[in-house]
Design a protein. Structure first.
Length: 395
């Protein structure tokens, strides 16, 4: 059963109001059945992929094929100067590993990089299966691998494409390999389409990227997950982040006092967390007030909670502070900025953490260490910085 739990850093606020930090933790529950997986491998086959990278992409595809169940669908799209559907999405029970591998083995490397057309073709291929988001619960994935920069499209173009792909129920897991790919594009694809983005240091990492993505898709409990926020009159919500499983800033669109925070598909043993800032307005009376009603919806399931505080003039109560919630917010902001390579912005947040929580706090020390590693390192360190390990939830 899917559940949510909210918490705030300031449970008591004065009559003239205050700004507080809130968390929404999502417990995905367990599977009641295994959903079909609809997966398209979207592979860069430009000239720079020739050699070890393309060889390992073939090995990664072979690994994917070994993880599929009879009712799953798999397709392959390759892109260089143009995109081509190498294998349309096919039910695994209606083909063979040998037939699929023959398509992969025939791939060659050459030409430029039209990643945009590759993604668009992958989306069209998946849509050909006739998915209906209101009734179907298939787990839909595009697994993108590239080592280069699109020859004619900028990250902003990919943001709009990724939004369209996300709205059709498809999650993008994007991976850049090497040093020459456009990191902003890879990150944009993963975050905008509620997936993940990752940096692969060497060709040997490709197989594990594909394998982990397919295995995670098998553990999905619910698709099309989102949190509805319904703020009370005068309440303002800002700085919304997905903190787990990967630190990502969320662009929230409000309609009046209501907004939707999209979440990645819910998977077993993979808790999710959203952190946000909430401004509690002034009140003429004391007592408990609900600031935001929170509803989690996923595959027809719902769970509810609320972000609430108590207005009081009791100075002892006003001094109460849940430090863990504040640290969750600051840590998520730091890691999001580090993922973008914005070391200066991360350092500013670390300074705030240090002033408020002290030099010796474990999370502060971790944030300083991570910031130093990103400052001295490269893409691998930036990607690792976005992963927050919640030790309290490790079984």
């Amino acid at each position: 059963m899917v559940t949510i739990e909210t918490d705030v850093n300031r449970p008591y606020v004065p009559a003239d109001g205050a700004t507080l930090t809130a968390t929404v933790d999502v417990e995905p529950g367990t599977q009641t059945g295994v959903s079909e997986r609809h997966i398209v491998l979207c592979l860069d086959t430009s000239g720079s992929m020739d050699g070890a990278k393309l060889d390992q992409a073939r090995e990664g595809a072979s690994w994917v094929f070994g993880l599929l169940e009879p009712d799953d669908y798999v397709g392959i799209v390759a892109f260089d100067s143009d995109a081509s559907v190498v294998m349309r999405p096919t039910k695994w029970s209606e083909t063979s590993r040998e037939a699929a591998m023959s398509r992969v083995d025939d791939l060659g490397a050459g030409g430029g990089t039209d990643m945009y057309d590759g993604l668009d073709s992958a989306r069209t291929a998946l849509d050909s299966l006739g998915y209906r988001p209101e009734t179907d619960d298939a787990v839909r994935r595009i697994l993108l691998l590239s080592d280069g920069k699109d020859n004619s499209h900028e990250p902003g173009d990919f943001r709009e494409l990724a939004k369209d792909i996300d709205e059709s129920g498809i999650r993008i897991l994007s991976a850049g390999i090497g040093t020459d790919y456009d990191e902003e594009t890879i990150r944009t694809l993963g975050t905008t389409a509620r997936g993940e983005w990752t940096h692969l240091e060497s060709p040997g990492d490709i197989e594990s990227f594909f394998g982990a993505a397919v295995e995670q898709a098998q553990s999905v409990v619910a698709t099309d997950a989102h949190i509805e926020l319904d703020a009370a009159a005068g309440v303002e919500v800002s700085e919304v982040y997905r903190a787990l499983p990967q630190a990502q800033e969320v662009d929230v669109n409000w309609r009046g006092n209501a907004a939707r925070v999209p979440l990645p598909d819910l998977a077993e043993r993979e808790d999710q967390r959203v952190v946000l800032k909430v401004h509690a307005p002034s009140r003429e009376t004391t007592g408990e007030e609900t600031l935001v009603d929170v509803t989690l919806s996923a595959s027809g399931r719902e769970a509810t909670d609320r972000i609430a505080v108590e207005y009081t003039d009791d100075n002892t109560r006003l001094a109460e502070h849940n430090e863990d919630v504040s640290l969750d917010h600051r840590q998520t902001v730091v890691r999001t900025e580090l993922g973008k390579g914005n070391v200066a912005a991360a350092e500013t947040e670390v300074e705030k953490m240090t002033r408020v929580h002290g030099e010796d706090t474990a999370v502060v020390q971790e944030a300083k260490q991570q910031t130093r590693l990103v400052d001295e390192g490269g893409r691998q360190e930036r990607n690792e910085a976005t992963r927050i390990v919640d030790d309290s939830r490790v079984e």
